[in-house]
Design a protein around this ligand. Structure first.
Ligand code: BES
Ligand code: MN
Ligand code: ZN
Length: 497
């Protein structure tokens, strides 16, 4: 699906500008000044009347559109609130309302004029980044399997001009960063939204190979079932055993740092469909289990953004992809498997499959001697009981890593909330027939799931993000692209940016 492109233009007089849609952010209070006042006069006071009539209050996040002149066909006023209150949250709100309106306009091109917005250059740059990201998000529509897609945005090109304080180069850089994040999120959403008969483990590995071919700093290798058997990944393999789709362990290595530098690692749960297996899920909403690869898709989207941002660090992304199906070959409750770590697992519930694929991927990633490991998984329904759809659950064996993720979530408005993995919970996983069982005793389901993973991550700094409540929504049904903004922000900070 085509997405709008962004360019920086040399500042121009907006009263002389020809554009199908002129976007003007305006602070609340004060009189219209400079170019905007001139434009208002040219339009016989239409803008000031919109303000006087109360239709446009310039409250942050509000918007008002009016027809312009022959050359400036439409004008979109964006409320920015009082100048002295403008902050990161306001810039997010302004960008969101720009996205909302520009994704529904019939205009194919728009121009955003930031000259009259008196902000320090760094704040203008950050607003530009957010604008690009939000406009891209708003313009994403799923069309893949529709004969006649509706509501496809017309917008193809966006240009911007800024006040003299910000160089064209810096403005360009800010837009590029916003585009990288926006496209990363949209890629993640697209993979999530695809139906499970298209988005199989094999499809995911093809996506990885395609990404690797496109970028010189990204190399991709795929471990098939035979290779995984040789490595002793009995836990991961037990999940796809009932499926006709072969499981895949996808490894993507981004080398933006020094050759010998230890990488940051992202490990994603990639269950392309979760029926529950022999512990079959009830039928209602089972279709939503096509989103059970939300962790995996966030690894793809984050890596794509990291490559496009050209971050000066090394990152390894691992996706454990499998389909969880019941069949004559499927794993049965009570079966005992041996993980790559050597620890044995009694599978009491085949629907607790995410931790079974992740534990082997987490053992495997140890080979890279990673600086830090973050796994991302739609792991438990219980995290939705705890945190709803607002925050991703953050579990970590390292305070500094947990705090870095919390802070990154705040900055990117893609928040997480820390949960415990105390020793006291571990005894719920004791088993009579194996080193551990794959489910707890019924309470604190998200915590016991994380405690299970903690048994495989003792050798490195590790965090686990439970994104069952945040990576997709039931209404409007679809993948959100979370937690890509948080992860990109975390890695940018680790890269010193
Ligand atoms: N994929 C599910 C978790 C899930 C539920 C994600 C709802 C998104 C929305 C996971 O594999 C699962 O089935 N977990 C079980 C664990 C239980 C059997 C211990 C759950 O949450 O019920
Ligand atoms: Mn499950
Ligand atoms: Zn699952």
């Amino acid at each position: 699906m085509p997405q709008p492109s962004f360019t920086v233009r040399k500042s121009a007089n907006i009263t002389k500008m020809a554009t199908p849609c002129l976007v003007l952010p305006i602070f609340k209070g004060g009189r219209l000044k400079g170019d905007i006042a001139a434009l208002d006069a040219q339009m016989s006071g239409a803008i000031s009347r919109a303000i006087k009539l109360g239709d446009f209050t310039a409250e942050v996040g509000t918007a008002f559109s009016l027809l312009g002149t022959q050359q400036t066909q439409r004008i979109l006023l964006l409320g920015c609130g009082p100048a002295e209150d403008f902050d990161l949250v306001s810039s997010k709100k302004v960008a969101q309302s720009a996205g909302k309106h520009l994704s529904t306009t019939k205009a194919r091109e728009a121009h955003i004029a930031l000259e009259s917005l008196t902000l320090p250059p760094e704040e203008t740059a950050s607003l530009l980044e957010t604008l690009a990201t939000e406009i891209l998000w708003a313009c994403y529509v799923y069309t893949e399997t529709l004969s006649n897609p509706k509501n496809v945005p017309s917008l193809a090109k966006v240009s911007v001009t800024t006040a003299a304080g910000l160089t064209t180069g810096k403005a360009r850089k800010a837009l590029d960063a916003g585009v990288a994040i926006g496209e990363g999120v949209n890629f993640t959403r697209q993979l999530g939204n695809l139906p499970a008969n298209i988005c199989t483990p094999t499809y995911l590995s093809k996506q990885a190979r395609a990404l690797g071919r496109k970028h010189a700093k990204l190399s991709v290798s795929i471990l098939d079932e035979k290779k995984m058997r040789e490595l002793g990944m009995g836990s991961l393999l037990s999940v796809g055993h009932g499926s006709d789709e072969p499981s895949q362990l996808i490894v993507m290595e981004y080398k933006g740092g020094k050759a010998k530098e230890a990488p940051y690692a992202l490990v994603g749960k990639g269950i392309t469909f979760d029926t529950g297996g022999i512990s079959l899920k009830p039928g209602g909403k089972m279709d939503e289990m096509k989103f059970d690869m939300g962790g995996a898709s966030s690894v793809f989207g984050t890596l794509q953004a990291v490559v496009n941002l050209d971050l000066p660090i090394n990152v390894v992304g691992i996706v454990a992809a499998a389909e969880n199906m019941p069949s004559g070959r499927a794993t049965k409750p009570g079966d005992v498997v041996k993980s790559m770590s050597g620890q044995t697992i009694e599978i009491l519930n085949t629907d607790a499959e995410g931790r079974l694929v992740l534990c082997d991927a987490l053992t495997y990633v140890g080979r890279y001697k990673p600086k830090e490991v973050v796994d991302i998984a739609t792991l438990t329904g219980a995290i939705i009981v705890s945190l709803g759809h607002e925050a991703s659950g953050i579990f970590a064996n390292d305070d500094d890593l947990a705090n870095a993720l919390l802070a990154a979530g705040q900055r990117s408005h893609d928040r997480g909330w820390r949960m415990p993995i105390w020793q006291e919970y571990q005894k719920q996983l004791d088993s009579r027939f194996a080193d551990m069982q794959n489910i707890g005793a019924g309470t604190a389901g998200s915590v016991t799931a994380a405690c299970f993973l903690a048994r495989f991550t003792e050798k490195y700094k590790w965090a686990h993000l439970d994104v069952a409540g945040t990576s997709f929504l039931s209404a409007p049904k679809g993948a959100t692209g979370r937690p890509v903004p948080m992860l990109v922000e975390y890695l940018r900070a680790r890269a010193g940016q």
